[in-house]
Write a protein of this length. Structure first.
Length: 361
């Protein structure tokens, strides 16, 4: 027998649209995948961060996405950073044990310790980046990311500037350049670092750190730091990038200084490699902002790689002499006869006017 009804009941997730002029006949239409059915004739959109349940009767919060400590991404970068921290601590111990030897003195003990502290912070910042975002942690990231790089490259810049001034002054006169003592070098380095601290404090004042919910699509809900979404983390890198460029220029200017008297060759390797790493980092960072784990991984691995390049290029040659060839860790081999080709200076161990970059001279 045919049913005496002009319309069938609507299915789950369907709303009724009554036929014009009729109160008992209707057509059924589907609500979208992002809507719920509150009344039989009306579909309502779920707010961002929510999706309808199976019956389309209520909106359910989407599980938050952020870097998990047990994810492969986090485990990989934390393992790499942990290895870097161990190596940095090993270098510090070796330097402390042999701090009165000629190799350590000639490298500038005070600036070397500042440099190692910056490298340590570069590795340590990884453990902050992989944490669940919060306002406090986002603030620590905004301050820490730029600061750790500034400490590293302020020390490198102070080293290269000192080398350049010593040999440029030696080309013109026998007068000793100003501000080349260890204490002066620490004041210069501290002044460079204080600019970054002041800049970061002003930045955080005008743009307070905040953990926000980011929805690249209606199906996703990401808990992130606001600075990582609007790419203002690049502001934190602006000052260190300037330092990197200046260090690279100094590395080029001092590349022909006698090898026995400076670290310019190794500083040059460090800066050239660092520039390549950062040229690769910038496009990767901007293309992974919607992928939390990859974005954090990209930033963390860039910071750690930069620290690793600095650690190996600047400290491996010293460790090689200190640990494997202690017979070369004497003053005489550091004073070999050589020539400074740029300024036609003959550097000999028996002339008082020889430019010297050993500690405090």
């Amino acid at each position: 027998m045919p049913m005496s009804a002009c319309s069938q009941p609507c299915s789950v997730g369907q709303a009724k649209k009554y036929v014009e002029g009729s109160k008992c006949c209707w057509h059924c239409f589907n609500c979208t995948k992002y809507q719920i059915l509150r009344y039989e004739t009306t579909c309502y959109d779920c707010p961002l961060g929510f999706l309808p349940n199976v019956d389309h009767t209520e909106c359910v919060r989407i599980p938050l996405q952020y870097m998990r400590l047990d994810s492969y991404w986090a485990i990989g970068i934390m393992s790499f950073s942990s290895l870097g921290i161990v190596l940095t601590c090993f270098v510090v111990i070796v330097f402390l044990k042999h701090q009165d030897t000629p190799v350590v003195k000639a490298s500038g003990r005070e600036l070397s310790y500042v440099l190692l502290a910056g490298i340590f912070l570069c590795y340590a910042i990884t453990f902050l980046l992989v944490q669940r975002p919060s306002d406090i942690k986002c603030g620590a990231q905004k301050m820490g990311i730029g600061l750790c790089f500034t400490i590293v490259y302020s020390a490198v810049l102070t080293k290269t500037n000192r080398i350049d001034r010593i040999f440029r002054c030696g080309a013109k006169s026998t007068k000793r350049p100003s501000f080349i003592s260890p204490r002066s070098q620490l004041f210069i380095c501290g002044g460079i670092i204080s600019i970054e601290v002041l800049f970061s404090a002003l930045w955080m004042g005008f743009s307070p750190p905040k953990a926000i919910l980011h929805h690249p699509t209606p199906d996703e809900s990401h808990l992130v730091c606001a600075a990582s979404i609007d790419s203002t983390y690049i502001v934190a890198f602006a000052y260190p990038m300037i330092l990197i460029l200046i260090c690279t220029v100094y590395a080029i200017l001092t590349r022909k200084i006698p090898e026995a008297f400076n670290e310019s060759k190794y500083i040059g390797f460090t800066m050239y490699t660092t520039c390549i790493i950062w040229l690769a980092f910038i496009p990767l960072y901007f293309t992974t902002t919607d992928h939390d784990e990859m974005n954090v991984f990209t930033m963390s691995i860039t910071v750690s790689l930069s620290a690793t390049v600095t650690l190996f290029c600047l400290f491996t040659p010293k460790l090689y002499i200190i640990l494997l060839h202690p017979d070369r860790n004497v003053r005489q081999p550091l004073m070999n006869h050589s020539k400074y080709t740029n300024n036609d200076i003959r550097v000999t161990s028996n002339k008082a006017e020889r430019p010297t970059i050993s500690e405090g001279k």
